[in-house]
Design a protein around this ligand. Structure first.
Ligand code: MN
Length: 424
């Protein structure tokens, strides 16, 4: 399904008066609002190909209707999101869930929707039907050299697929670890993983980046071989200057200070990318900003401060992606909400009075520092984010337009009620 431009235009015309009223108030309140709007226009968040269908837990999966059945339909869905918010201009593929049969045609289809290919993701946390050896006891860490080799070759194959699509980064997430004490020699598991990563790294084109994602626990419940940012940092340091740590918000132990992690990785020049989601208990993969919006704001506050300190381009120097699972919501509606939540946190972080904050910090004025941050967080910047969408050609209220155009009903009519997208 495609959303015609005139429908977006009509929707915007209907909402314009109220929008302009709110915008004029907020621009009078925030000094640098024009610069914020432009930065929000430029900021794009990749949508992973596995987030377009209904997700599941290990207890069950309740599919929604009209889910994309093919890679082509997944691209159409991301194209639809992008036409609504003009902020989802990239898709991230998971191999082998989404292997393009004809890379040229897929690339052309994506370009038609204004989409680029973000990082490609390898998968050695599941066995595939035609796979010779099992990853039950790990992949890159495995005690069996033949299994490690199989996993290395898979990653190299994913790089090749990515080159065909114009992708420029590989994300490696390993479920490797152990479930019980004594199962694993930690040092040997680390060494095997490092050597395997070195072989994968050697296959990276010069202009590529390797992102090493960490996760505290699950599916292994005693140890994880890339379990936290320190372990990921230790690997990427040894790999070289094309290797970076990737932060997934849901992959920390409860109450971890993610904003501090982000600040230090940025300082070391080793923060490569981001996976957005939110959680209450663990790796819940909920809508970004749904549970802890203040934390998301504080993370963006460090991102903006740290990227500016290094003269980085906010939009292009780090990889931004949503990594969420939608068990009870329409996945497309959930993704629209996530992007909105991310953009609001970003806009709020951009509005922080940096000079005043630095002054407060230098004077140990704790109260003033808190006031500055909370003032930014408590300011309603939705009109700034909406204005960015309007200028980019998107909808003032994407979710409202999605519903009024009965997008899901149309997708069900096109694809059927009982479709299941590949993914988790
Ligand atoms: Mn992730």
């Amino acid at each position: 399904m495609q959303l015609e431009k005139y429908k977006i235009q009509q929707h915007n015309d209907d909402l314009l008066k109220g929008h302009e009223r709110r915008l004029s108030y907020i621009t009078s309140e925030i000094e640098n609002s024009e610069a914020i709007i432009q930065k929000v226009v430029d900021f794009q968040i990749a949508i992973p190909s596995w987030a377009l269908g209904t997700g599941g837990t290990r207890f069950g999966r309740f599919s929604g209707g009209g889910e994309p059945r093919t890679l082509e339909e997944k691209i159409e869905d991301v194209g639809l999101l992008h036409s609504l918010n003009q902020s989802s201009g990239a898709i991230s593929l998971h191999i082998p869930w989404d292997i393009p049969q004809d890379a040229k045609a897929i690339k052309a289809l994506a370009a038609q929707h204004g989409l680029k290919f973000d990082a490609v993701n390898s998968n050695t946390f599941q066995d595939q039907p035609d796979q010779a050896l099992t990853y039950k006891f790990g992949s890159l860490q495995n005690v069996n050299k033949a299994i490690r080799k199989q996993a290395i070759e898979h990653n190299i194959e994913v790089i090749k697929q990515g080159i065909e699509l114009g992708s420029e980064s590989l994300t490696v997430w390993l479920s490797d670890g152990s479930c019980f004490p004594g199962q694993l020699n930690f040092r040997k598991a680390y060494q095997n993983t490092l050597e395997s990563l070195q072989e994968i790294y050697a296959a990276l084109p010069d202009n590529w980046k390797l992102f090493l994602e960490y996760k505290a626990f699950e599916p292994n419940f005693y140890s994880t071989t890339v379990g936290d940012w320190g372990q990921s940092y230790s690997y990427v340091q040894k790999l070289g200057n094309k290797a970076y740590t990737l932060v997934d918000l849901g992959h920390h132990l409860p109450n971890a200070n993610i904003e501090q992690i982000v600040a230090l990785l940025l300082m070391e020049g080793k923060l490569g990318g981001f996976h957005f989601n939110d959680s209450k208990y663990g790796d819940d993969d909920l809508t970004a900003g749904a549970i802890k919006p203040y934390q998301l704001f504080l993370i963006f506050n460090e991102l903006v401060e740290g990227m500016d300190a290094r003269g980085m381009n906010h939009a292009t120097d780090l990889g931004w992606m949503i990594d969420a699972s939608h068990n009870v919501k329409d996945p497309l509606e959930d993704l629209l909400q996530s992007v909105e939540g991310i953009m609001m946190s970003y806009a709020q972080a951009l509005s922080v009075d940096r000079k005043a904050l630095e002054e407060a910090q230098n004077n140990n004025d704790v109260v003033r520092a808190q006031e500055i941050l909370q003032n930014a967080f408590r300011t309603d910047v939705r009109a700034l984010v909406a204005e960015a969408r309007l200028r980019a050609g998107g909808a003032l209220n994407p979710l409202e337009l999605y519903r009024s155009q009965k997008v899901r009903e149309n997708l069900i009519a096109e694809r059927g009620l009982k479709t299941v997208a590949t993914g988790l």
